[in-house]
Design a protein around this ligand. Structure first.
Ligand code: URA
Length: 485
């Protein structure tokens, strides 16, 4: 027997539908099926969500049908409502190991169609449960970031490969692989877990089967790699004994090579703690869609301590689409005061050189690797301090977003900090200058010195270096014409 649904669909009365998820973390699959079922008015108690090897959730009753026979929503079915907040929470909650999670997600989505503000109801038990699931998944992800330890193994061809063992509580491995890819983009590594493994060869991510602890090498982790990694993800919650235990259960307390780093890290703990919370938010933050979003986002960003130094974040400026992007290090004293890039002495020297080389600055997008001014006080003066690698890396989020929006064909990096901002790794300017480095989006990166370097020189050295700088800009000019810029 069938009946007409709200959307005009014929739905079998009393039918039960079984949706078999291809993987326990396949949120996209759940979302697509859930949308279709809602559009066909199939109530939550008529659906079983079954993950591989599972039996479905307890809320759905009766015999199950195959998902091949799920009703098809009509073309004119009303759109399914799901607030951004629901989607953000749902994406995390879907990775929980609770077998009832997909059913819960469906029930909340179902109710959202009638109560669009449901997610704001903090007292609602289903909303609360969803938030709890999402929170515990985020915590698991955080632990994975913090406690994965790589050990070096030599491959047959002699190249190092780093292998880590980790036991997540939830289905987070696939979702978190991107985090490690960004952190260790230039290494070959594998993370083995009982829920599955991920392998990065420097170019491609592959998934592999679940692993056993014995599959991971023993011995000490690669000390330096781990120590620098640890310093960047240091979790100040460990400083509080109570929090330490909940944050870092006993099973993670083994052979911590970083223990001797802790005193130094405590000094910056508060700033890091704030940064860490924001970094968590960042993962949930959408990529900026316009350059104005970048400017606003960078202004509000407190992901690294420099943000609290200067007066303001100094946004990049120039056409939305420019063939040439010029990247400096960070705003200086005058840029920070005025709020515009390259307006101080280094900017004036840059302008003179660009004009001489025949490069129109107004046609280029000009920005910096780091958006805030880092300095120390000397008397009444603010003295420039170079940003640290991790500060540049933190600010890459904004520079990457600018590149993705402006899509320059050629990027000119002024100095080592700028080059690191673009590449995510350190290069020697003297070795890199004079030839392009191909970027992953097909653009060319040209590296030269920063104009403030020329300002610090005098006499012959200055004349010599200025000539080399001019020659670099002349090459950039020529290459831009070849690229049609
Ligand atoms: N130096 C830079 O790298 N950028 C500026 O905007 C000014 C000085």
């Amino acid at each position: 027997m069938t009946a007409q649904s709200r959307s005009g669909q014929n739905v079998s009365i009393g039918a039960h539908y079984a949706v078999h998820l291809p993987a326990p973390d396949d949120f996209a699959f759940w979302r697509e099926r859930a949308r279709g079922l809602i559009q066909c008015d199939v109530p939550p108690d008529r659906v079983s969500w079954i993950e591989p090897g599972g039996t479905g959730d307890l809320f759905a009753e009766g015999p199950s049908r195959s998902d091949k026979r799920l009703p098809m929503p009509p073309a004119d079915a009303p759109p399914v409502r799901a607030s951004q907040r629901f989607l953000t929470i749902a994406r995390s909650a879907a990775l929980h190991t609770d077998p009832a999670r997909f059913g819960l997600l469906y029930r909340v989505l179902w109710r959202l169609q009638r109560s669009p503000r449901l997610m704001e109801d903090k007292a609602d038990p289903e909303v609360r449960r969803l938030e709890d699931l999402a929170k515990s998944v985020r915590r698991d992800a955080h632990k994975m970031h913090a406690f994965v330890r790589f050990r070096e193994v030599a491959e047959q061809d002699g190249t190092p490969h780093f292998v880590a063992w980790f036991e997540p509580d939830h289905h987070i491995v696939r979702a978190e692989a991107a985090f490690f890819m960004r952190r260790f983009a230039n290494m070959r590594w594998s993370i083995l877990t009982p829920r599955g493994s991920v392998h990065w060869d420097g170019e491609v991510m592959r998934e592999g089967p679940p692993a056993r602890r014995e599959d991971a090498p023993g011995g000490d982790p690669v000390e330096n790699l781990w120590r620098s990694y640890y310093a960047s993800i240091f979790n100040p919650a460990r400083l509080k004994v109570g929090a330490m235990l909940s944050e870092m259960p006993k099973k993670y307390w083994k052979n911590l090579p970083e223990a001797d780093l802790i005193p130094a890290l405590i000094a910056g703990a508060q700033a890091r703690e704030a940064a860490m919370v924001r970094a968590g938010e960042r993962e949930e933050r959408a990529r900026p869609e316009t350059l104005a979003d970048v400017a606003q986002g960078a202004a509000a960003c407190r992901d690294c301590p420099i943000a609290d130094c200067g007066t303001r974040a100094v946004a990049g400026e120039g056409p939305e689409r420019a063939a040439l992007m010029i990247v400096g290090e960070q705003p200086g004293d005058q840029e920070d005061t005025v709020g515009r890039v390259f307006v101080g002495p280094a900017g004036q020297l840059l302008d003179q050189h660009l004009t001489r080389a025949g490069i129109d600055r107004t046609g280029a997008y000009v920005t910096n690797a780091v958006k805030h001014f880092k300095f120390t006080w000397k008397g009444k003066h603010r003295l420039h301090q170079s940003p640290q690698a991790k500060e540049i890396d933190t600010c890459r989020w904004w520079l990457d977003a600018e590149r993705a929006l402006v899509k320059p064909r050629l990027v000119l990096a002024l100095g080592a900090s700028a080059a690191r901002g673009i590449l995510g790794r350190t290069v020697s300017v003297s070795r890199a200058r004079g030839a392009p480095i191909m970027l992953d989006d097909g653009a060319e990166l040209w590296v030269t010195v920063h104009p403030s370097y020329l300002l610090r020189l005098a006499g012959e050295a200055q004349t010599e270096q200025a000539a080399l700088f001019a020659a670099d800009l002349a090459m950039v000019r020529e290459r831009l014409s070849e690229l049609g810029g």
